[in-house]
Design a protein around this ligand. Structure first.
Ligand SMILES: CCCCCCCC(=O)SCCNC(=O)CCNC(=O)[C@H](O)C(C)(C)COP(=O)(O)OP(=O)(O)OC[C@H]1O[C@@H](n2cnc3c(N)ncnc32)[C@H](O)[C@@H]1OP(=O)(O)O
Length: 136
């Protein structure tokens, strides 16, 4: 996703240096919105990994404030904004490194899971495909 460096702050937030390569260009000179959302999924998910908790993204809301330039130094950060049982609210932001201006912001809901999440997903897929007559 173009991450170049990751630093963990004492308050638990994660800070990144990154840049968007030309392969993720969505318009002349600017990043595709899917790349921006992908960066957020990565950094909010990684925050849970750093806290040694498996969690998956249940919802992600992205506000695209300014076009994100390709081939420019960017910074990003992710931080825990709240916790309600096994549900975490994690926020993230992407900034132009030179000015610090926020270009995009995200709020994500992470849901804690056990490793059995992936076994259940495979089992669910098996049932789903077994029930399909292939005409869908
Ligand atoms: C190493 C780098 C890190 C990279 C990290 C990458 C992370 C990812 O990409 S994850 C991939 C994308 N996400 C997924 O594939 C998840 C797919 N979805 C799922 O598996 C399920 O819908 C899942 C687990 C999110 C929720 O399943 P569900 O059966 O609802 O879980 P459940 O335990 O019943 O719900 C937990 C709580 O979350 C709430 N919740 C779940 N989804 C949502 C949602 N979208 N919005 C609001 N609330 C939600 C439920 O209402 C419930 O609330 P409460 O405890 O108050 O009743």
């Amino acid at each position: 996703m173009g991450m170049e460096e990751e630093t963990l702050a004492a308050d638990g937030s994660a800070h990144y240096r990154l840049r968007c390569g030309p392969e993720h260009e969505g318009g002349p000179g600017v990043a595709h919105g899917g790349w921006i959302s992908g960066v957020f999924v990565e950094i909010v998910g990684h925050l849970a990994v750093q806290m040694e908790q498996l969690a998956v993204t249940g919802a992600l809301s992205v506000t695209y404030r300014k076009p994100v330039p390709i081939n420019r130094p960017l910074t990003a950060r992710a931080w825990l904004a709240g916790k309600d049982g096994g549900k975490w609210t994690v926020e993230g932001s992407i900034h132009l490194a030179s000015s610090g201006t926020e270009l995009a912001h995200a709020t994500a809901l992470l849901v804690e899971r056990e490793m059995s999440h992936y076994t259940r997903a495979r089992e669910w897929l098996g049932r789903e495909e077994a029930g399909s007559d292939g005409t869908a």
